[in-house]
Design a binder for this molecule. Structure first.
Ligand SMILES: Cc1cc2nc3c(=O)[nH]c(=O)nc-3n(C[C@H](O)[C@H](O)[C@H](O)COP(=O)(O)OP(=O)(O)OC[C@H]3O[C@@H](n4cnc5c(N)ncnc54)[C@H](O)[C@@H]3O)c2cc1C
Length: 442
């Protein structure tokens, strides 16, 4: 029986286990992971509240063992690519026919003086979640360094728990990695209205804490924000050192792969946060640390191990998040990213009611669709709305991008309407945005 060894127990590693288990072929699968219990990373911000036990926000190890794989709690220290085996720090050796490197990423720790003080935490693991739970019960003042979607999700939960929250962001607005400025500004104004302090265009230069616990956050304008605890959420870096020392090619984006998710070393695959990803739209290496990308790449690996030569078309980075009453998200290239890539594009915009006008809970949806001018194909989009449906909007845009939908396709696409569940028949948000794009390019 062919042996498959998987390094890493995050979504990328687990998905390979599940896909092989679903097939009608038999493999001897071993998954080696160094975190005894993996947090469900996407849920970590919501695990800060103690309404539910911490285990609810973690992934059970039975999601490996119930799917026919052996689970080894250990850290892989080296890969022998010629002998096709891996060795762990405790000296265990595992031979493989196929090796999947799914080592994920780790929080980027900015080189800020005193960042190792007590009560400064990242947003990633079960122990981070436990610490944040404890801080929220014990303390009153929190500073969050980094206004990306994770920092904002934490800010909202902390505020709802009655904590005084300040977010420090070096960009002109929060959320600029995933949203265009105007949408980001609306969300920013909303969270400020809800009582979160937002300090943009500002860098943290040091942490103060004469007694070993953080007590202040020093800003580049000389001001000091008082803090009982600090959350640092300024991005991640791929875990590529194991691959690098094995001679597996890496870049600043991660472990280099071909379209089949194979590395430059025979029988070694990679997926998820540790892997370099190429953009579906441009074909260029691009950032994309999302669970959805990890899972998609791993499906390709499993298919290739199963002998169905499958290619990975690139990442669309479909993402969604929420902040108090707003939900929002994007897919493909937002307008700013299309501009950065030097593309010739047009942005169609719309603002429509999300229900029929007579319904009590009606509110507005804003949509932007980004089209390539010459092919008229959708290459990106973003959405901002009140209420809890933005993921569905993002999914539509992501699928339309993947299927190569053009302005003309979206103008005639067929959709459902219902007084409580959708806009009135004439007012579809994507159709209006496509119409706006058409007007702009004609
Ligand atoms: C707070 C937070 C919220 C998020 N929210 C979302 C969201 O809403 N939507 C979304 O799509 N994505 C979200 N993400 C991103 C998503 O969680 C990641 O993209 C995803 O976890 C990547 O999966 P992975 O398997 O590649 O890596 P990981 O989940 O990082 O798993 C890799 C595992 O490998 C282990 N490992 C590393 N080296 C070794 C070794 N040598 N030996 C053994 N084990 C090793 C690591 O410890 C880790 O447990 C969020 C991330 C965070 C942190």
């Amino acid at each position: 029986m062919e042996k498959v060894v998987i390094i890493g127990g995050g979504p990328a590693g687990r998905l390979v286990v599940h896909a092989l288990h679903k097939s009608n072929q038999e493999f001897d699968v071993t998954l080696i992971k160094d975190e005894e219990i993996n947090a469900n990373r996407c849920a970590v911000p919501y695990g800060i509240s103690d309404k539910n036990p911490i285990e609810t926000f973690c992934i059970s190890n039975s999601l490996v063992t119930d799917f026919g794989a052996k689970l080894v709690l250990d850290t892989v220290e080296s890969i022998d690519k010629d002998g096709q085996s891996v060795t762990t720090v405790t000296g265990k050796e595992f031979g493989y026919d196929h090796l999947v490197v799914a080592t994920g990423s780790q929080p980027f720790i900015p080189p800020i003086p005193n960042i190792d003080l007590n009560n400064i935490v990242n947003v990633r693991s079960k122990s981070d979640m436990e610490k944040m739970r404890g801080f929220a019960k014990q303390y009153k003042k929190c500073v969050i360094v980094g206004g990306g979607y994770i920092g904002i999700e934490v800010a909202v939960v902390m505020k709802e728990l009655g904590i005084e929250v300040a977010v420090v962001e070096m960009q002109p607005h929060i959320l600029l990695m995933t949203m265009d400025d105007d949408f980001a500004e609306t969300i920013e104004t909303h969270i400020i209205d809800k009582g979160v302090k937002v300090i943009n265009n500002t860098q943290v230069t040091a942490f103060e804490g004469p007694n070993g616990n953080v007590s202040g956050v020093v800003l580049d304008n000389g001001k000091v924000l008082p803090a009982d605890f600090v959350i640092v959420s300024v991005g991640v870096k791929p875990n590529i050192s194991l691959a690098g020392k094995t001679g597996i090619a890496t870049s600043r984006f991660g472990i280099v792969t071909n379209d089949h998710m194979e590395t430059n070393i025979k029988n070694i695959y990679t997926a998820g946060d540790c892997a370099e990803k190429k953009s579906f739209v441009t074909g260029n290496p691009s950032m994309g640390e999302f669970g959805t990308n990890a899972v998609f790449m791993s499906k390709v690996i499993a298919a290739n191990i199963l002998g169905k030569k499958t290619t990975f078309p690139g990442i669309i980075n479909a993402n969604a998040s929420s902040a108090f009453e707003y939900t929002f998200g994007s897919a493909g290239l937002i307008a700013k990213a299309a501009e950065r890539e030097g593309l010739d594009f047009v942005v169609g915009e719309s603002e429509v009611m999300d229900m029929y006008p007579m319904m009590d809970k009606m509110s507005m949806i804003k949509t932007k669709l980004v089209f390539d001018k010459s092919s008229r194909k959708l290459i990106g989009g973003s959405v901002l709305r009140r209420g809890h449906c933005s993921a569905g909007n993002v999914d539509f845009m992501s699928f339309a991008i993947q299927m190569g939908a053009t302005i003309d396709d979206i103008l005639i696409y067929q959709y459902a309407t219902h007084p409580e569940l959708a806009a009135k028949p004439s007012d579809n948000t994507y159709m209006f945005a496509a119409q706006d794009a058409l007007t702009k390019i004609s």
